[in-house]
Design a protein around this ligand. Structure first.
Ligand code: NDP
Length: 449
């Protein structure tokens, strides 16, 4: 009989051979696969059904041309993607990323992670992801609108409220979702919940903007509780200064922690008096300014340009990477540990390299992996879908309370799965296993499709 270890290794060899030029995708797959070995030992029928090889192959990938005209009248062309990874437990669900680094490997890694994350929320949503190598930085509102309209003209053929429901991600916030939604409605003549993260005047959910950041902090609260700790008086680092970072910072400070640093791709600011969240929101959400402006406006803050130092070298108790993938490498992880960090919570997707995770786990740092810790965004997106179907909006408090319960549930289920499968305290294993089991059962029940 094939062992779980041999089965997982043989599938991974095939995945490597077939996706040799997709390093981010392989990194995400490797992390998940390692955790699943004991699951296949316990449930050999999943080996007979070759479930893993089926799961790791996206159900569908759409890649398309996005032509648009810039303000100078020049025709520009970008590449759009939607990876519809798994519909085993619900319609495809996952964000759209607009960033020059977007390619098939990036959308596949994000889509693969999304399958497990969405399963962990306990809601009926499958896994998907998409985006474009379009760079929104420095573009006018009109250019953003024309790009979004062109992108949606093709994407609209592949999505729908019961098929695939995209949301925001890096470079796609409220403004972009608005333009995308307007174009979808115009093309299809349908007022449905086909996108989440919508504005409050046209079907959005209260607390969706805050959900990923708040959710990550609720998750961290559970990790701290398990150590007999709370946020009072803790010093925290939050990388990024976008949607996730801003609302993680806001919630951390409201619970008694002090966030002393935030960043963007141009560098980081250190503010020992604690980040002024209102100023940060004004600069990032309204003015769309670079982070150096924060230091210009706050006498207590200093700016360090990217390449001249790392945010992870600052002494702190808590770290919340909330910018992008692979932003914490082994060296950064060692610096955080040497400075006494006790908990690392991933607000971004795959911000820690595999080597960095190992450093944290060996040092006894509580480590909250992305697919569990940042699931609050998609969880509230699913609540937005529910409100759209019911045509009834819920209050902020109602959504926030549901978010809190979902995050606690994810923590409890991940911790329990880790224990059941011989890795007590290892939330990476726990989240992977707990997320996988529901999807596997659903796939198994639906036959070889
Ligand atoms: P935003 O676009 O709002 O903000 C991203 C932030 O990260 C910006 O400050 C940006 O700086 C910085 N950043 C992005 N790429 C890089 C890079 N290559 N190097 C350094 N800094 C970078 O995105 P979000 O806050 O929505 O997303 C942040 C992370 O959270 C992503 O990993 C995303 O996948 C994840 N996430 C988001 C969810 C959501 O609901 N929005 C849900 C779950 C996960 P700059 O402006 O200079 O580029």
């Amino acid at each position: 009989m094939t062992t779980g270890k041999a089965y997982v290794a043989s599938v991974f060899e095939k995945v490597k051979a077939q996706n040799a030029h997709e390093p981010e995708f392989l990194q995400a797959v490797e992390e998940v696969f390692e955790s699943l070995v004991p699951v296949f030992d316990k449930y050999p029928k999943y080996i007979e059904e070759n479930l893993l090889e089926r799961l790791v192959e996206p159900e569908r990938i759409v890649s398309f041309r996005v032509p648009w005209v810039d303000d100078k009248g020049q025709v520009q062309v970008n590449r759009g993607f939607r990876v519809q990874f798994s519909s085993a437990i619900g319609p495809y669900k996952g964000g759209l990323r607009f960033h020059p680094s977007v390619n098939q490997s990036i959308v596949k890694f994000l889509g693969f992670e999304q399958i497990f994350k969405n399963s962990l929320t306990g809601q009926p949503i499958g896994g998907g992801k998409g985006g474009s190598n379009f760079d929104p930085k420095g573009k006018s509102d009109n250019e953003i609108m024309r790009f979004c309209q062109s992108f949606m003209t093709e994407l609209s053929k592949h999505i729908g409220a019961d098929t695939d429901v995209p949301a925001g991600d890096i470079g796609v916030g409220g403004r972009e979702i608005g333009y995308l939604y307007g174009q979808y409605k115009r093309l299809r003549n349908e007022y449905t919940g086909v996108l989440t993260g919508k504005g409050l005047t046209y079907g959005g959910s209260l607390a969706r903007t805050e959900a990923t950041g708040y959710g990550a902090v609720y998750f961290a609260e559970q990790m701290l509780k398990d150590r007999g700790e709370d946020f009072a008086g803790k010093v925290a680092l939050v990388s990024g200064s976008g949607n996730v970072a801003i609302y993680a910072t806001e919630k951390l400070q409201s619970l008694g922690a002090k966030v002393v640093a935030v960043s963007d791709s141009s560098g980081y600011v250190y503010d020992p008096e604690g980040i002024d969240v209102d100023l940060l929101k004004q600069l990032k959400e309204v003015e769309r300014a670079r982070i150096v402006k924060y230091a210009d406006a706050r006498p207590s803050a200093t700016f360090t340009p990217a390449g001249e130092g790392s945010i992870w070298s600052i002494k702190a108790d808590l770290a919340f990477p909330c910018a992008t993938q692979n932003e914490i490498n082994e060296e950064d992880a060692k610096a955080l540990v040497a400075n006494g960090v006790i908990a690392v919570t991933e607000g971004a997707n795959m911000p820690s390299t595999l080597e960095a995770i190992e450093v944290f786990q060996k040092a006894g740092v509580s480590f909250g992996p992305a697919k569990a810790a940042n699931a609050g965004g998609v969880a509230v997106s699913a609540l937005e879908m529910a409100q759209n179907s019911q045509r009834t909006p819920w209050s902020f408090e109602e959504v926030d309370a549901k978010l809190y319960d979902i995050m606690k549930g994810i923590y409890d289920n991940s911790a329990a799965a880790a224990k059941e499968f011989g890795a007590e305290g290892n939330l990476v294993v726990g989240a992977n296993v707990a997320g996988f089991l529901k999807v596997a059962e659903a796939m198994s029940a639906q036959g070889i499709v």
